[in-house]
Design a protein around this ligand. Structure first.
Ligand SMILES: *Cc1c(COP(=O)(O)O)cnc(C)c1O
Length: 385
């Protein structure tokens, strides 16, 4: 369905044009949706273009998957009904007894899954501080560790992990490297270029960008036996994306480059503005030269540092919650990566087991006027005790 990709065409062009595909039967510029759950066999009782049932194959996914693979410079992509469905498919492609090393700071749903489901299911899971390469090298066990999982920048404190170094450590131990690249987006980082084997995205966030689709994706460096296992799991576990959501996600991705560029630019402005603010104890943002992971981020993030940052508010939990309540333009809601800016007190959301500092407010910067967002934060900080 998607046309061959000319390697000289830039990613911004590929996503703006959704690969430049035109409907061959109608010459429609916007792609169609195929809601049909099933596909008729041909006159020889053979599958037509290998399609039978939408949990396995649906033409609505194909253009989206081809675009994701092109943007991440991977061999193939598969979409899922959520980011969690995509990440847990990677975990379930392993076998009981396999060893997984993951970061202590990571998407909390996946950390909970590893602890509450993965371990019960027989995976041996160890957690190491994000970005700590010595701890990672010590945690992997040759021929026992099958998967090293990283997230960079890591939600919600934005530690940066050196992907190239993590890939080297994983591969030396005979393991693969999986990267949750939801926050970096394919606009800013292509983990496969640095040796990653699997890139995971919550399509719910930047890829869709409009807070109205739940989706996930995996892009792999090779279309190999592991890919087959994961593709089989998607089919038999049933975590497939709906056709309408696939269509919306592709539509959202047409403005991905514009949205990510604007959010990165505004987030940097906000980080710089509040870095030395009297009511702010710290600004966590990889784009600030004072950030511990800045040099690595500058090397592996291309043209910006993303739209996510966190403020540590002086005065602890109460002060942080007062600021969140006083904000008017930043909406107090979970999730990230949309066109509208959001604020969240992660310690409240994650509960008592959370490793997140209780004075931390996570900001997802949207595409609004940056001056308006700064004024909203200034006013809320001034109004808090
Ligand atoms: C939201 C998110 C996920 C989970 O994705 P869902 O689409 O909500 O299932 C995983 N990783 C990161 C970094 C996320 O922000």
């Amino acid at each position: 369905m998607a046309r061959d990709i000319d390697k000289s065409i830039k990613p911004a062009t590929l996503s703006a044009q959704a690969l430049g595909w035109l409907d061959p039967s109608t010459r429609a510029v916007a792609p169609p949706i195929h809601p049909s759950t099933n596909y008729a066999r041909d006159e020889n009782y053979a599958k037509f273009e290998n399609r039978a049932y939408t949990r396995d194959e649906n033409p609505t996914y194909e253009q989206l998957e081809a675009l994701l693979a092109a943007l991440e410079k991977g061999a193939a992509a598969m979409v899922f009904g959520s980011g969690m469905a995509s990440a847990t498919t990677v975990m379930m492609s392993l076998s009981p007894g396999d060893h997984v090393v993951a970061p202590t700071i990571m998407y909390f749903g996946l950390r909970n899954w590893l602890v509450n489901v993965g371990r019960r299911w027989g995976l041996e899971v160890d957690f190491v501080p994000p970005g700590d390469m010595v701890a990672l090298a010590n945690a992997v066990e040759k021929d026992k560790t099958r998967l090293v999982w990283i997230e960079t920048p890591a939600n919600p404190t934005w530690e940066v992990t050196d992907i190239e170094e993590a890939a080297r450590i994983a591969h030396d131990a005979g393991a693969i490297l999986g990267v949750d690249s939801t926050v970096a987006t394919p606009v800013l980082t292509n983990p496969i270029d640095f040796g990653a084997d699997i890139v995971m995205h919550s399509g719910t966030k930047y890829l869709n960008g409009h807070g109205d689709v739940l989706a996930g994706a995996l892009v792999t460096a090779r279309k190999d036996e592991l890919w087959n296992r994961m593709n089989y799991l998607r089919f038999e576990n049933g975590g497939m994306l709906g056709a309408f959501e696939a269509w919306l996600l592709l539509r959202g991705m047409r403005t991905l480059h514009l949205r990510v560029a604007q959010a990165s630019q505004s987030a940097l402005r906000i980080a710089e503005h509040f870095e030395n603010h009297p009511q702010v104890a710290a600004v966590l943002y990889p784009g600030l030269p004072t950030h511990e992971g800045h040099d690595i981020a500058a090397r592996q993030m291309n043209g910006g540092f993303g739209g996510m940052l966190s403020l540590r508010v002086k005065g602890g939990t109460d002060a942080a919650l007062e600021v969140a309540k006083a904000l008017k333009l930043f909406v107090s809601a979970t999730s990230l990566g949309g066109v509208e800016s959001l604020v969240e007190h992660r310690a409240t959301v994650e509960g008592p087991e959370s490793p997140v500092p209780d004075d931390l407010l996570r900001l997802s910067v949207g595409v609004e006027d940056a001056g308006d967002l700064i004024a909203d934060l200034e006013r809320a900080l001034a109004a808090s005790p």
